[in-house]
Design a protein around this ligand. Sequence first.
Ligand code: ZN
Length: 341
Amino acid sequence: MTTGYVFDDIYTRHTWPGHPENAKRLAAIMNYLAEQALLPQLTPISPRPATRDELLRGHHPRHLDLVQETSEHGGGMLDADTYTNEYSYQAALMAAGGVIELTGAVLDGRVDNGFALVRPPGHHALPTRAMGFCLFGNIALAARAARLDHGLERVAIVDFDVHHGNGTQAILDEDPTVFFVSSHQYPFYPGSGAISDIGRGEARGTKINLPLAPFIGDEGFRQLYSQVVFPALRHFAPDLLLVSAGFDAHWDDPLANMALSLSGYHWLSRQLIDLAGQICGGRIVFVLEGGYNLQVLAPGVGNVFRALLGTAEADDPLGPSPWSEPDVSGLLAELKKIHQH
Ligand code: ZN
């Protein structure tokens, strides 16, 4: 397997002291990949800034202008928890362009699969405004580029960040060519992602939301993904699988209350990679979203690379969740009623 990755120093210049979504996250990841001798096994793909036309496929021009102007004037807050500094506009252009480039590299066959190590993250960015640490909708824009520039008919996005991928869904909610699945703590930030939220208009039924009670972990994820998500993805038969990879559903993440372990994350990543092998020629691209405990984030990302490279072993220094898991059979039954495949 040839596994690509995207990284650029500009992703670490977008930062804000004391904010959980800061440059130390990527530094920890890159240090880990070097220490574990994973980096030499990977193929770097150079990012580039997204073009205005690429950004307009998901965003209103006024939003693009506001991010640019705020950043170019030294930065500031765009909502209660979303900052910009002087580098943020360039970093955000390179984050969106980096995901688009890596996706293109997989579709062109330059690499078999990959992981875009980009910041700022993207899955909360709405068509008209920044939100939840996110400036531009990196993964939604890459899905659009795969469709419009590479001629794919169908793309699927799986979002296993602990927060609902509301920005991704908002951009794609009426687009029947992009299947979207989000598993997230619920009710929780950002408040959306109810089970009944399944896409609009022609796209009705192409979005699956898995609203999860606190402390659901490895076993609940195994049941929900095996019985609901994987059959739905097989049925949709995408040409490409994109993954919004957030590591904040780990039991030791400081911002949320779910109970996945690093081994559980590794299982989920391997299943998604195997599924991509079966349904879309192995074309899968992971995209970094959240994850705020650096002891989780670095090995979590490392384990995805191990899975992409075809290694079975996971690094799980924190071990299993210390809490018992709630039963998910009620949620499973409800989901199966709505999404039958
Ligand atoms: Zn998150």
